[in-house]
Design a binder for this molecule. Structure first.
Ligand code: BMA
Length: 341
Protein backbone atom coordinates (compact mmCIF):
# COMPACT_ATOMS: atom_id res chain seq x y z
CA UNK A 1 0.00 0.00 0.00
CA UNK A 2 1.55 3.28 -0.98
CA UNK A 3 1.58 6.09 1.54
CA UNK A 4 1.16 8.98 -0.89
CA UNK A 5 -0.64 9.35 -4.19
CA UNK A 6 0.16 11.02 -7.48
CA UNK A 7 -2.95 12.73 -8.77
CA UNK A 8 -2.97 12.19 -12.51
CA UNK A 9 -3.19 9.55 -15.18
CA UNK A 10 -1.62 6.10 -15.14
CA UNK A 11 1.32 5.77 -17.55
CA UNK A 12 1.97 2.01 -17.48
CA UNK A 13 4.52 2.17 -20.33
CA UNK A 14 6.71 4.78 -18.64
CA UNK A 15 10.43 4.00 -18.55
CA UNK A 16 11.55 2.24 -15.41
CA UNK A 17 14.44 0.40 -13.87
CA UNK A 18 14.48 -0.89 -10.27
CA UNK A 19 17.08 0.49 -7.93
CA UNK A 20 20.30 -1.39 -8.70
CA UNK A 21 21.89 -3.39 -5.88
CA UNK A 22 25.02 -1.21 -5.90
CA UNK A 23 23.08 2.05 -5.43
CA UNK A 24 23.32 3.53 -1.94
CA UNK A 25 19.94 2.87 -0.36
CA UNK A 26 20.02 6.17 1.53
CA UNK A 27 20.08 8.15 -1.69
CA UNK A 28 16.58 9.08 -2.89
CA UNK A 29 17.28 8.87 -6.67
CA UNK A 30 19.11 6.36 -8.80
CA UNK A 31 20.39 6.71 -12.34
CA UNK A 32 19.42 4.67 -15.38
CA UNK A 33 22.19 2.18 -16.07
CA UNK A 34 22.31 3.07 -19.80
CA UNK A 35 22.79 6.81 -19.26
CA UNK A 36 23.26 9.03 -21.12
CA UNK A 37 20.19 8.27 -23.19
CA UNK A 38 21.14 10.84 -25.84
CA UNK A 39 24.74 11.07 -26.97
CA UNK A 40 26.70 13.61 -28.97
CA UNK A 41 25.81 14.70 -32.53
CA UNK A 42 22.29 13.25 -32.32
CA UNK A 43 20.90 15.10 -35.36
CA UNK A 44 22.53 16.42 -38.49
CA UNK A 45 24.00 19.83 -37.67
CA UNK A 46 23.22 19.47 -33.95
CA UNK A 47 26.24 18.89 -31.74
CA UNK A 48 24.49 18.27 -28.43
CA UNK A 49 21.02 17.74 -27.00
CA UNK A 50 20.42 18.42 -23.29
CA UNK A 51 18.01 20.30 -20.93
CA UNK A 52 14.91 18.89 -22.63
CA UNK A 53 11.31 18.03 -21.79
CA UNK A 54 9.22 14.97 -22.62
CA UNK A 55 5.58 13.98 -22.11
CA UNK A 56 3.27 10.99 -22.79
CA UNK A 57 1.38 11.44 -26.05
CA UNK A 58 -1.08 9.14 -27.81
CA UNK A 59 0.18 6.03 -26.01
CA UNK A 60 3.81 6.88 -26.84
CA UNK A 61 6.05 9.81 -25.93
CA UNK A 62 6.95 13.12 -27.46
CA UNK A 63 9.49 15.72 -26.42
CA UNK A 64 10.97 19.13 -27.09
CA UNK A 65 14.73 19.09 -27.06
CA UNK A 66 17.33 21.78 -26.72
CA UNK A 67 19.56 21.21 -29.70
CA UNK A 68 22.83 23.11 -29.82
CA UNK A 69 23.45 23.60 -33.53
CA UNK A 70 26.94 23.41 -34.95
CA UNK A 71 26.98 27.21 -35.15
CA UNK A 72 26.56 27.18 -31.36
CA UNK A 73 23.04 28.62 -31.39
CA UNK A 74 20.38 26.62 -29.51
CA UNK A 75 16.93 25.88 -30.95
CA UNK A 76 14.19 23.42 -30.11
CA UNK A 77 13.80 20.11 -31.90
CA UNK A 78 10.87 17.71 -31.72
CA UNK A 79 11.52 14.09 -30.78
CA UNK A 80 9.36 10.96 -30.82
CA UNK A 81 9.77 7.76 -28.84
CA UNK A 82 7.99 4.49 -28.15
CA UNK A 83 9.66 3.95 -24.78
CA UNK A 84 10.80 7.46 -23.73
CA UNK A 85 14.42 6.23 -23.78
CA UNK A 86 15.26 5.82 -27.47
CA UNK A 87 14.43 9.01 -29.34
CA UNK A 88 14.06 9.92 -32.98
CA UNK A 89 14.45 13.56 -33.77
CA UNK A 90 13.05 15.65 -36.55
CA UNK A 91 15.83 17.05 -38.68
CA UNK A 92 14.48 20.58 -38.79
CA UNK A 93 14.06 22.69 -35.71
CA UNK A 94 10.51 23.54 -34.70
CA UNK A 95 9.11 26.26 -36.92
CA UNK A 96 7.11 28.50 -34.62
CA UNK A 97 4.31 30.53 -36.19
CA UNK A 98 2.30 33.55 -35.19
CA UNK A 99 -1.47 33.53 -34.94
CA UNK A 100 -1.79 34.10 -38.69
CA UNK A 101 0.37 31.06 -39.42
CA UNK A 102 3.45 33.06 -40.50
CA UNK A 103 6.87 31.84 -39.42
CA UNK A 104 7.84 33.54 -36.16
CA UNK A 105 11.16 32.23 -34.93
CA UNK A 106 12.95 33.28 -31.77
CA UNK A 107 16.57 34.34 -32.33
CA UNK A 108 17.53 31.42 -30.11
CA UNK A 109 15.59 29.12 -27.79
CA UNK A 110 16.81 26.91 -24.95
CA UNK A 111 15.82 24.94 -21.85
CA UNK A 112 12.28 24.11 -23.04
CA UNK A 113 9.59 22.77 -20.72
CA UNK A 114 6.44 21.09 -22.01
CA UNK A 115 3.23 21.00 -19.96
CA UNK A 116 -0.29 19.88 -20.80
CA UNK A 117 -3.12 21.92 -19.31
CA UNK A 118 -6.57 20.66 -20.24
CA UNK A 119 -6.38 19.85 -23.96
CA UNK A 120 -3.44 22.04 -24.90
CA UNK A 121 0.30 21.49 -24.71
CA UNK A 122 2.27 24.58 -23.73
CA UNK A 123 5.95 25.00 -24.31
CA UNK A 124 8.04 27.62 -22.55
CA UNK A 125 11.70 28.32 -23.10
CA UNK A 126 14.38 30.93 -22.64
CA UNK A 127 14.83 33.31 -25.55
CA UNK A 128 16.19 36.68 -26.46
CA UNK A 129 13.98 39.48 -25.23
CA UNK A 130 16.69 42.14 -25.44
CA UNK A 131 18.33 39.92 -22.84
CA UNK A 132 17.22 36.56 -21.44
CA UNK A 133 13.43 36.27 -21.32
CA UNK A 134 10.66 33.68 -21.55
CA UNK A 135 9.05 32.59 -24.82
CA UNK A 136 5.87 30.54 -25.03
CA UNK A 137 3.96 28.57 -27.63
CA UNK A 138 1.01 26.21 -27.69
CA UNK A 139 0.08 23.19 -29.74
CA UNK A 140 -2.62 20.54 -29.79
CA UNK A 141 -1.17 18.31 -32.52
CA UNK A 142 2.63 18.79 -32.36
CA UNK A 143 2.51 19.97 -35.95
CA UNK A 144 1.61 23.63 -35.50
CA UNK A 145 3.33 25.54 -32.69
CA UNK A 146 1.73 28.93 -32.26
CA UNK A 147 3.61 31.48 -30.23
CA UNK A 148 1.67 33.24 -27.53
CA UNK A 149 2.49 36.39 -25.60
CA UNK A 150 5.77 36.58 -23.71
CA UNK A 151 4.59 36.16 -20.12
CA UNK A 152 7.20 38.16 -18.24
CA UNK A 153 9.53 41.09 -18.57
CA UNK A 154 13.21 40.29 -18.98
CA UNK A 155 15.37 39.16 -17.41
CA UNK A 156 13.92 35.79 -16.61
CA UNK A 157 14.53 32.07 -17.11
CA UNK A 158 13.26 28.68 -16.04
CA UNK A 159 9.54 29.26 -16.58
CA UNK A 160 7.59 26.15 -15.57
CA UNK A 161 3.82 25.97 -15.89
CA UNK A 162 1.69 23.98 -13.43
CA UNK A 163 -0.24 21.16 -15.13
CA UNK A 164 -3.63 22.50 -14.11
CA UNK A 165 -5.28 25.77 -13.20
CA UNK A 166 -5.30 26.57 -9.50
CA UNK A 167 -8.21 28.58 -8.14
CA UNK A 168 -9.24 29.24 -11.73
CA UNK A 169 -5.91 30.62 -12.92
CA UNK A 170 -2.91 29.29 -14.82
CA UNK A 171 0.13 29.31 -12.53
CA UNK A 172 3.74 29.50 -13.61
CA UNK A 173 7.05 29.41 -11.78
CA UNK A 174 9.91 31.53 -13.03
CA UNK A 175 13.30 32.80 -11.98
CA UNK A 176 13.81 36.53 -12.52
CA UNK A 177 17.44 37.63 -12.48
CA UNK A 178 19.75 39.56 -14.74
CA UNK A 179 21.07 38.69 -18.18
CA UNK A 180 24.26 36.77 -18.87
CA UNK A 181 25.33 34.05 -16.47
CA UNK A 182 22.92 35.14 -13.79
CA UNK A 183 24.71 35.57 -10.48
CA UNK A 184 21.54 35.32 -8.35
CA UNK A 185 17.98 34.04 -8.55
CA UNK A 186 15.00 32.81 -6.52
CA UNK A 187 11.85 31.01 -7.65
CA UNK A 188 8.64 33.05 -8.00
CA UNK A 189 5.10 32.09 -8.99
CA UNK A 190 2.71 34.16 -11.14
CA UNK A 191 -0.94 33.73 -12.08
CA UNK A 192 -2.91 34.36 -15.25
CA UNK A 193 -6.58 33.98 -16.12
CA UNK A 194 -5.87 33.80 -19.86
CA UNK A 195 -2.16 33.14 -20.56
CA UNK A 196 -1.82 36.76 -21.65
CA UNK A 197 -1.89 38.84 -18.50
CA UNK A 198 0.25 37.62 -15.62
CA UNK A 199 0.19 39.01 -12.09
CA UNK A 200 -0.08 38.22 -8.38
CA UNK A 201 3.66 37.55 -8.50
CA UNK A 202 4.80 35.86 -5.26
CA UNK A 203 8.13 34.74 -3.97
CA UNK A 204 8.21 30.95 -3.52
CA UNK A 205 11.69 30.14 -2.31
CA UNK A 206 15.18 31.55 -2.37
CA UNK A 207 18.70 30.28 -2.68
CA UNK A 208 19.69 28.84 0.67
CA UNK A 209 22.60 28.71 3.09
CA UNK A 210 22.99 25.06 2.11
CA UNK A 211 26.16 25.20 0.07
CA UNK A 212 24.88 23.19 -2.90
CA UNK A 213 22.24 25.84 -3.68
CA UNK A 214 23.82 28.96 -2.26
CA UNK A 215 24.17 30.93 -5.54
CA UNK A 216 20.79 30.57 -7.28
CA UNK A 217 17.92 28.17 -7.85
CA UNK A 218 15.43 27.66 -10.68
CA UNK A 219 12.32 25.62 -11.39
CA UNK A 220 12.98 22.33 -13.13
CA UNK A 221 10.30 19.82 -14.06
CA UNK A 222 6.61 20.73 -14.08
CA UNK A 223 5.33 20.20 -10.52
CA UNK A 224 3.73 16.80 -9.89
CA UNK A 225 0.35 16.91 -8.18
CA UNK A 226 0.25 14.65 -5.11
CA UNK A 227 -1.95 14.34 -2.04
CA UNK A 228 0.90 15.97 -0.04
CA UNK A 229 1.16 19.02 -2.33
CA UNK A 230 3.04 19.90 -5.52
CA UNK A 231 6.25 17.90 -5.76
CA UNK A 232 8.88 20.09 -7.39
CA UNK A 233 12.25 18.97 -8.71
CA UNK A 234 14.35 22.07 -9.24
CA UNK A 235 18.00 22.97 -9.77
CA UNK A 236 20.28 24.52 -7.18
CA UNK A 237 23.64 26.07 -7.99
CA UNK A 238 26.83 26.50 -6.01
CA UNK A 239 29.97 28.41 -6.93
CA UNK A 240 33.44 26.90 -6.73
CA UNK A 241 36.90 28.16 -7.61
CA UNK A 242 36.40 26.18 -10.79
CA UNK A 243 32.93 27.37 -11.82
CA UNK A 244 29.29 26.65 -11.05
CA UNK A 245 27.90 23.23 -10.09
CA UNK A 246 24.23 22.39 -10.77
CA UNK A 247 22.41 19.79 -8.63
CA UNK A 248 18.82 18.58 -8.40
CA UNK A 249 16.79 19.58 -5.35
CA UNK A 250 13.28 18.74 -4.14
CA UNK A 251 10.47 20.67 -2.43
CA UNK A 252 6.75 20.30 -1.80
CA UNK A 253 4.50 23.32 -2.35
CA UNK A 254 1.02 23.89 -0.97
CA UNK A 255 -1.59 22.48 -3.32
CA UNK A 256 -3.87 25.56 -3.31
CA UNK A 257 -1.26 28.26 -2.66
CA UNK A 258 1.94 27.10 -4.33
CA UNK A 259 3.81 30.19 -3.16
CA UNK A 260 3.86 28.44 0.21
CA UNK A 261 6.68 25.95 0.70
CA UNK A 262 5.54 23.04 2.90
CA UNK A 263 8.79 21.07 2.81
CA UNK A 264 12.16 21.77 1.26
CA UNK A 265 14.96 19.25 1.30
CA UNK A 266 18.21 20.59 2.71
CA UNK A 267 20.22 17.99 0.77
CA UNK A 268 20.52 17.71 -2.97
CA UNK A 269 18.72 14.73 -4.46
CA UNK A 270 21.30 14.25 -7.24
CA UNK A 271 24.61 15.97 -7.90
CA UNK A 272 27.19 15.51 -10.69
CA UNK A 273 29.07 12.25 -10.09
CA UNK A 274 29.06 10.29 -13.33
CA UNK A 275 31.38 11.02 -16.27
CA UNK A 276 28.52 12.38 -18.41
CA UNK A 277 27.57 14.85 -15.64
CA UNK A 278 31.11 15.89 -14.81
CA UNK A 279 32.55 16.07 -18.29
CA UNK A 280 31.14 17.90 -21.29
CA UNK A 281 30.64 21.33 -22.79
CA UNK A 282 29.92 22.73 -19.31
CA UNK A 283 31.15 20.35 -16.62
CA UNK A 284 29.22 19.52 -13.45
CA UNK A 285 25.65 20.16 -14.49
CA UNK A 286 22.52 18.15 -13.61
CA UNK A 287 19.60 20.25 -14.89
CA UNK A 288 16.10 18.70 -14.55
CA UNK A 289 13.45 19.77 -17.08
CA UNK A 290 10.75 17.06 -17.00
CA UNK A 291 9.36 13.98 -15.34
CA UNK A 292 7.21 11.13 -16.54
CA UNK A 293 5.24 9.64 -13.67
CA UNK A 294 2.63 6.95 -13.16
CA UNK A 295 -0.23 7.55 -10.73
CA UNK A 296 -0.85 3.80 -10.48
CA UNK A 297 2.58 2.81 -9.14
CA UNK A 298 4.02 6.14 -7.90
CA UNK A 299 7.04 5.66 -10.16
CA UNK A 300 8.82 8.81 -11.32
CA UNK A 301 11.39 9.18 -14.11
CA UNK A 302 13.33 12.45 -14.07
CA UNK A 303 14.88 13.79 -17.29
CA UNK A 304 17.86 16.03 -16.78
CA UNK A 305 20.47 17.71 -18.90
CA UNK A 306 23.99 16.51 -18.07
CA UNK A 307 27.04 18.75 -18.52
CA UNK A 308 25.20 20.80 -21.19
CA UNK A 309 25.95 17.86 -23.49
CA UNK A 310 23.73 14.82 -22.77
CA UNK A 311 20.33 13.80 -21.45
CA UNK A 312 20.28 11.59 -18.37
CA UNK A 313 17.45 9.70 -16.72
CA UNK A 314 17.03 9.10 -12.99
CA UNK A 315 14.32 7.23 -11.13
CA UNK A 316 12.58 7.40 -7.80
CA UNK A 317 9.32 6.36 -6.17
CA UNK A 318 6.83 8.80 -4.73
CA UNK A 319 6.80 7.41 -1.18
CA UNK A 320 10.56 7.32 -1.02
CA UNK A 321 11.21 10.81 -2.36
CA UNK A 322 8.44 12.46 -0.33
CA UNK A 323 9.61 10.81 2.88
CA UNK A 324 13.18 11.84 2.11
CA UNK A 325 12.19 15.47 1.50
CA UNK A 326 10.08 15.55 4.66
CA UNK A 327 12.76 13.92 6.83
CA UNK A 328 15.35 16.42 5.63
CA UNK A 329 13.10 19.45 5.35
CA UNK A 330 14.26 22.91 6.38
CA UNK A 331 11.91 25.76 5.50
CA UNK A 332 13.33 29.16 6.28
CA UNK A 333 11.81 32.58 6.65
CA UNK A 334 13.04 33.50 3.17
CA UNK A 335 10.80 30.74 1.82
CA UNK A 336 7.75 32.01 3.64
CA UNK A 337 7.93 35.69 4.44
CA UNK A 338 6.19 36.97 1.32
CA UNK A 339 4.41 33.73 0.46
CA UNK A 340 0.70 34.04 -0.18
CA UNK A 341 -1.22 33.01 2.90
C1 BMA B 1 22.28 28.09 -17.05
C2 BMA B 1 21.40 27.81 -18.26
C3 BMA B 1 21.34 26.32 -18.55
C4 BMA B 1 22.69 25.65 -18.45
C5 BMA B 1 23.43 26.06 -17.20
C6 BMA B 1 24.82 25.48 -17.10
O1 BMA B 1 22.50 29.46 -16.89
O2 BMA B 1 21.95 28.47 -19.34
O3 BMA B 1 20.88 26.16 -19.85
O4 BMA B 1 22.50 24.25 -18.42
O5 BMA B 1 23.52 27.47 -17.16
O6 BMA B 1 25.63 25.93 -18.17
Amino acid sequence: MSKYKIIGPAVPNMPWQDRPAESKEWMPLWRYSENPIIGRNPVENVARIFNSAVIPYEGKFIGVFRGEQINGIPHIYLGHSEDAIHWEFEKEKINFVDEDGNSFMPVYAYDPRLVKVEDTYYMMWCQDCYGAGIGMAKTTDFKTFTRIENPFLPFNRNAVLFPRKINGNFMMLSRPSDSGHTPFGDIYVSESPDMVYWGKHRHVMGKSPEWWESVKIGGGAAPIETDEGWLLFYHGVTGTCNGLVYSIGGAILDIDNPSVVKYRCENFLLTPEEWYEERGFVPNVCFPCATIHDAETGRIAIYYGAADTYVGLAFTELDEVIDYIKEHSVVRQSDTETGRR
